[in-house]
Design a protein around this ligand. Structure first.
Ligand code: ZN
Ligand code: MN
Length: 466
């Protein structure tokens, strides 16, 4: 298998005109003569789109072309008003990269080329009409073309997960498959064991989720094997996946490059990426998820499992780094985020979560310096997250400041032992479980704010007559 991945770049404007580039606008509200293909208009290349494409190339270990050019790919389809797509065939912007997947295997990337997107057709079968929305015409895309290095569906998913993470961290694509900003086509062929030449391939399109990709790979593999085992021949074609039916059907016979009569785009000059520009783009690349993971494990003593959770989402990683910097306590911050914060984020009713990082950092300092105990800490964290409470004020109001006064604690211990003579006797007879119960009772007397170490000591002393 080999993959072609189209990623829509999240630049502010389109690739060859100044129209806004965003998903979800009213139909045909972001359209101008250039992107709707009026005769005589001229394209003008968006500098940011080039920078985004180069960022992707650098992160995917590609060679970046010093000079690259655009070509015209000619075809007619109702979603393409110009009847050609400006793309790259002869001199793409990036070549020869790779992604290393979980198993350590390198999946080679043949090239990344830049191109413009087509519009969107909506078929209304009730009224037997098709609506055309040209907002997406001219949206900037990169197409990431791999070599046929995949041998099973698991490798495909690993690669896509890595790619998705990289694009998200680079801030160049929102990778929403259901909105079409990340689109995957799978080229698949089978061959008999021992055979070296690859078989005839098909291309499966319209895969809207990782799950659909996995299913389509399985389906197409068995379909081709069945054809060959029955003595038939696989036909080179493009197939469309129907996720509801769990099957694909032939869409059109597969075109070759010559069918499109590509030729150099006459309206755009070749682009030269000088050393200075390339250096600047390199500097603009944020730290990748995998480098972050390595750094967290190495510098902060955070486990691999925790580092994975913290970097699973760029926003969580940012939150972690900012609270760590404020509190000076990365490990405690990691535990706070993975424990309480993640739990609260997932709680129903909390959707638009804007956390006050200063307040959370304050709470970390309070618990680590022994001013509040763990129970009070959890309670206060929740109050900050859900009600935006002010830590000092909340702790004072609820009497959560850790009680470390020996005399008050000893008094509480004595009252509890008097009230629970039975449990005390059990403990003295060797029932250790009774100790936990008595601890709990003392803590209750102190409104949950007692210093557990001091209570434990006082209780032990009282029980052993010390
Ligand atoms: Zn436009
Ligand atoms: Mn393409």
């Amino acid at each position: 298998m080999g993959l072609e991945v189209h990623a829509e770049l999240s630049t502010k404007s389109k690739i060859f005109c100044g129209c806004a580039n965003y998903f979800g606008g009213g139909p045909n509200t972001c359209v101008c003569p250039v992107c709707s293909g009026m005769p005589g208009v001229l394209p003008k290349l968006n500098k940011s789109a080039v920078e985004y494409a180069v960022r992707a190339g650098l992160a995917l270990n590609c060679r970046i072309a010093k000079n690259f050019k655009f070509d015209r790919k000619n075809y007619f389809y109702p979603d393409l008003p110009k009847a050609y797509q400006i793309s790259q065939l002869y001199a793409p912007v990036c070549t020869n990269g790779y992604i290393e997947i979980k198993t350590g295997k390198k999946i080679n990337i043949r090239e990344i080329h830049m191109e413009e997107d087509a519009g969107k057709l909506t078929h209304d079968s009730m009224r037997n009409i098709t609506r055309m929305d040209f907002n997406r015409c001219g949206a900037p895309l990169i197409e990431i073309v791999s070599r046929p290095d995949f041998r099973n569906g698991g490798e495909v998913i690993d690669y896509l997960e890595r790619l998705r993470e990289i694009l998200l961290y680079l801030n160049i694509c929102d990778c929403k498959m259901h909105e079409g900003s990340l689109r995957v086509d799978v080229n698949l062929s089978v061959r008999r064991t021992g055979e070296e030449k690859m078989g005839v391939r098909t291309e499966t399109k319209n895969l809207n989720s990782f799950r659909a990709i996995e299913r389509a790979v399985k389906y197409e593999t068995s379909r081709q094997i069945e054809i060959l085992e029955d003595g038939g021949r696989v036909v080179q074609e493009t197939r469309r996946w129907d996720d509801d039916k769990g099957a694909s059907y032939a869409m059109r016979s597969k075109e070759n490059a010559q069918d499109y009569r590509y030729f150099p785009e006459p309206d755009l000059p070749p682009v030269n990426i000088g050393d200075k520009w390339l250096e600047d783009i390199k500097k603009s690349i944020p730290e990748s998820a995998s480098l972050k993971r390595e750094r967290y494990i190495r510098d902060f003593n955070i486990s691999e499992y925790e580092a994975k959770i913290l970097t699973g989402d760029k926003k969580i990683a940012g939150l972690f780094e900012r609270i760590s910097a404020r509190s000076g306590e990365p490990l405690e911050t990691a535990h706070l985020i993975i424990g309480e914060i993640m739990r609260l984020i997932n709680a129903p009713g909390i959707e638009d979560l804007s956390l006050d990082e200063r307040k959370l950092a304050d709470l970390i300092k309070l618990v680590l310096s022994g001013k509040i105990n763990r129970t009070a800490y959890k309670e206060a964290v929740e109050a900050v997250v859900t009600d935006d409470a002010e830590p000092d004020e909340y702790i004072a109001r609820n009497g959560l400041l850790m009680m470390s006064d020996n005399n008050i604690i000893i008094d509480a211990v004595n009252i509890v032992l008097a009230e629970n003579a039975g449990a005390a006797a059990k403990y003295r007879k060797g029932k250790d479980k009774a100790f936990g119960f008595l601890m709990g009772q003392v803590m209750k007397k102190l409104n949950g704010a007692g210093n557990p170490d001091i209570i434990k000591k006082a209780l032990e002393d009282a029980l052993t007559g010390g």
